[in-house]
Ligand binder design. Structure first.
Ligand code: HEC
Ligand code: HEC
Length: 161
């Protein structure tokens, strides 16, 4: 008879925790002061969590400063975070479209912005450029989501050759 008691207690704990929305919950009340503009800078070290899905927290119902519209991480061929280069986002297609934004990859491999890119209504095509500004890779098709690390997990990172 001990097990049902424990389960009952666990149920109560979950109920009371549910009264206070946690970061990521739809009814979490985000501090408006967190809604700052942000964009990655070459050489900067103020980002973190390289490789994780940034928009898990940098979004309207969580507590990361800045509501990111595009963010992710880039890696070197040996699997270490890239420290130079950039990501371009093209409106529609890189062939014939308009370049919306070029995001520098920071010193921790991360790139991000809060600039309105028209997503998800207007998909963007991402390009990866090296430090010299030469394209080294591109996503083969446009994406409605620029939450890059949501898809680019360790199985398929955004990476330099
Ligand atoms: C688990 C939640 C979470 C994830 C995932 C996360 N962040 Fe954050 N981020 C925060 C919080 C909370 C802060 C503010 C406190 C701090 O600096 O830790 C922050 C701070 C930052 C800052 C510093 C802002 C400033 O004012 O200097 C940058 C830049 C940043 N995050 C970028 C990123 C990037 C890029 C990613 C993905 C690679 C990412 N974050 C993933 C929660 C997160
Ligand atoms: C909805 C999932 C998804 C999102 C979000 C996403 N990608 Fe991709 N990306 C893919 C898939 C799938 C491929 C193709 C993999 C392959 O070639 O088989 C790909 C390919 C790429 C490639 C070419 C390299 C390769 O392995 O083929 C680059 C570069 C790239 N993406 C960059 C980005 C960037 C930068 C972002 C964020 C702005 C992003 N992607 C967002 C799914 C996604």
């Amino acid at each position: 008879m001990i097990l049902p008691l424990l389960l009952a207690c666990a149920g109560d704990a979950a109920d009371s925790a549910g009264d206070v929305p946690l970061p990521g919950d739809a009814d979490y009340e985000r501090d408006p002061a967190l809604n700052v503009d942000a964009q990655s800078e070459a050489g900067a070290t103020n980002s973190h969590n390289t490789g994780e899905a940034c928009m898990h927290c940098h979004q309207a119902h969580s507590n990361g400063p800045g509501i990111f519209t595009a963010a992710g991480s880039a890696y070197n061929a040996d699997g270490t975070p890239a420290t130079t280069g950039s990501v371009q986002l093209w409106d529609g297609s890189a062939d014939g479209g308009t370049m919306l934004l070029e995001l520098p990859i920071d010193a921790l491999g991360n790139f991000y912005t809060t600039t309105d890119l028209g997503l998800p209504q207007s998909p963007v095509q991402p390009l990866l450029l090296d430090a010299a500004g030469t394209e080294v890779d591109r996503m083969p098709w446009p994406t409605e989501s620029a939450s890059c690390n949501q898809c680019h997990t360790p199985v398929i990172r955004v990476a330099f050759p």
